[in-house]
Structure formats: structure tokens, C-alpha cells
Design a protein around this ligand. Structure first.
Ligand SMILES: [Zn+2]
Length: 202
């Protein structure tokens, strides 16, 4: 039996679109839509305006592959960044995570995914050629592979390392091991043995 619609087609459309957002199912989409409608002036109008600006101005940085409202992006154009270090990430979300942590004052290169032969994703589908080109023409001394510790991520890291081998660049990767605040008893065997192998002097 078909469910009754809760409101007119305009509101139904809003709910359907919200339900496509990550983490929102139909139920939470209805709640979000109702919240937006109730807070029309404080939330719905500014959100619609912000989305309009995003539609008009957001694009991909032709240098590093992140998303921003300018090209080159704010990070690539920032003169205070250390030009000698490039941090390679899979996705813009990873770049944002590193920037949130304010852990490094370097520039980035977004691969746009990982190598995955089973899904038909090869080197030409990722921003690898542009990474090699940047390393060749820019003053890069170190490439940090901040790539996820998944099988695909590590395969990608090995491939990128091979492709950069002919350049005189230090290639490093993030440490694998015990998370800050982590308890050994809760770690999986792979993480625990990696942490032991990568132990450092106290
Ligand atoms: Zn950029």
C-alpha cells in the first residue's frame, strides 16, 4: 500500500533531496525538512543563499584537486605554506581532517580515490600524473603519503612511490599504530603488530 504524502510536492521534494545526504535516511530527512521550514528566517533562507553561492562559485583547484571557490584554492595560493612538502590524500575529506587538526603547514595533492582493479579504477582515473608533474616542476623535497590504511590505500601508496622513485624526493607515510587515547586490549592484531614494528625510542 502506498504511503500518504505528508505535504505538498515542493516539501516532498525537499525531503527527498535531504534524504540523499550521507547519514540522513527518510525519517531524519523529514525531521530536517520540518526543522528548516519552522526556522525559515534563521536557517532555511541563509542555507538557500549559501547553496546558491556554492552552486555559482565552487570548483576544483586545478593544482591540487581540492574544492574551493577560487582556482588556485586558498591553500595553494597561501604564501605561508611550506612549498617543500606535499601531503598526498585520497579525498578532500582527508585534506579537511588534516587542516582541522592544524598538524602541518604544507600543501596537498588530492588523488580522488584509490587504485581498485576490481572496480575498474586504474592510475589514469586518479590525479597521479598531475602529482608526478608537480613533483617534477615544483620545489618538492618531501611527499607525505597520508593515505588510508586499507588494502586499496596501501596498493595506491606503493604505486605512487614507484612512480616518484626516479625523482630525488623523500617519500614518507603516516605511522600505523596505537591511536591517541587507545587501549591495547581493544586493538586488532594487525594494528598491534604494526605498532610494535614501528616502535620509536621513548
Ligand atoms: Zn589547490
Amino acid at each position: 500500500m502506498a504511503q500518504n504524502k505528508v505535504a505538498g510536492p515542493e516539501i516532498e521534494r525537499l525531503i527527498q533531496l535531504l534524504a540523499k545526504l550521507p547519514g540522513l535516511g527518510p525519517r531524519s530527512a523529514r525531521r530536517a525538512a520540518l526543522h528548516l521550514i519552522k526556522k525559515k528566517d534563521q536557517l532555511l533562507v541563509p542555507l538557500a543563499e549559501a547553496m546558491g553561492v556554492a552552486v555559482d562559485q565552487v570548483g576544483v583547484c586545478s593544482t591540487c584537486g581540492t574544492v574551493d571557490t577560487s582556482d588556485p584554492c586558498a591553500i595553494c595560493a597561501d604564501p605561508r605554506r611550506d612549498l617543500s612538502v606535499l601531503v598526498v590524500v585520497e579525498d578532500v575529506a582527508d585534506l579537511w581532517a588534516l587542516e582541522r587538526a592544524a598538524a602541518i603547514n604544507a600543501r596537498y595533492h588530492v588523488l580522488g580515490g584509490t587504485l581498485s582493479p576490481l572496480d575498474g579504477i586504474g592510475p589514469e582515473d586518479l590525479n597521479i600524473a598531475s602529482l608526478i608533474e608537480r613533483c617534477r616542476i615544483e620545489e618538492v623535497e618531501e611527499v607525505i603519503l597520508a593515505i588510508n590504511a586499507t588494502v586499496e590505500g596501501q596498493t595506491t601508496a606503493h604505486y605512487v612511490t614507484d612512480q616518484l622513485a626516479h625523482l630525488e624526493i623523500n617519500i614518507t607515510r603516516l605511522a600505523h599504530g596505537v591511536p591517541v587515547g587507545g587501549e591495547l586490549d581493544y586493538l586488532d592484531d594487525g594494528t598491534l603488530s604494526q605498532a610494535l614494528k614501528a616502535r620509536t625510542r621513548f
